[in-house]
Design a protein around this ligand. Sequence first.
Ligand code: SF4
Length: 363
Amino acid sequence: MVDTTIHDRIADLGRKVLGGSMIERDDALFLFQLESSADIHDLMSWANRIREHFKGNKVHLCSIVNAKAGGCSENCSFCAQSSFYQTGSPRYGFVDPEPVEQAAEEAKKNQVTAVGLVAAWKGLNEGPMLDEVCDRIKEMKEGGNTRPDASLGLIKNQRVADRLKEAGLECYGHNLESSRRFFGHHCTTHSFDDRLETIGYLKKAGIKICSGGIIGMGESREDRCDLAFELRAIGANVVPINILNPIKGTPFEHNPPLPPLEILKTIACFRFILPRQEVMIAGGRTVNLRDLQSMVFTAGASALMVGNYLTTLNQPVEKDLQMLRDLGLDPDWDDEGFSSQQDRCGSGGGCDSTGKKRELTAA
Ligand code: SF4
């Protein structure tokens, strides 16, 4: 049964967001702490209204192509591609044009707006590799099949971001991953501030930001809340929510899975805090949500990562498209005017691999 006091407070906050105001951290924490199934469903019904109000029935679809796999110098505890762990994940150098073209064509066929080039390395500096990355972006842009996005790790100077922009990049995926407080629990080879610095260069270059995180790493609800507020503060355009899919061989191998209702509640809370952004459900949804996958939209999600993830398999794109049709939702594949619209960016979702095994496959 819905507690009327709780019900009234959720409704007040829902009306506040629908009216164009922002909720404060204390109110958001109250939402994150909801426990009963009745209260969580009540919260979701408001999140759904907020999604419909700001996004209509459009759902933004993105996919990724793993442009450079495995052997990463960083020690992110969730990642199959870190060289610190024995995970059996494939390794290869930066890809040739063909697999990228193939991914772009697949994307167009499946009404996917953007394909993100994702590389497993610490970051990108000036030099021959940046030239090659820019070539792939230009080729994708000229091919006209999809919007090229990228997620290429840390950027250490403005010139790199400017070169990416000149090549035609509109959106860059760079997750904060967690709250500042929790960051050191999953990565010690670079810092939360390194990530913020990269986002600063990208924004200065005029590139839109796809930034979110991973839930289920052992962080608290307060950490999830603070992550959402950080993302609001940096002005993220797209906010991917990944759900940990524990990888054998990584430090998070034995992490217990989050209950599906806790995941849906988190999505709803993000929608309350980030009402105008694309809240995108990315890695880990199939394995963690099982039959409840379609409820991510009722919980407030407005974007979906489709196709295979970096190192895990997802359900087939056709199944996702059918799910959208069944829900009366439309893939938002028309990218006209993207540059001028704050809310319509998509990306590969960052280099936050959360899976077990993959072949080089896009979409
Ligand atoms: S998440 Fe990215 S930076 Fe971290 S280990 Fe994996 S590929 Fe490297």
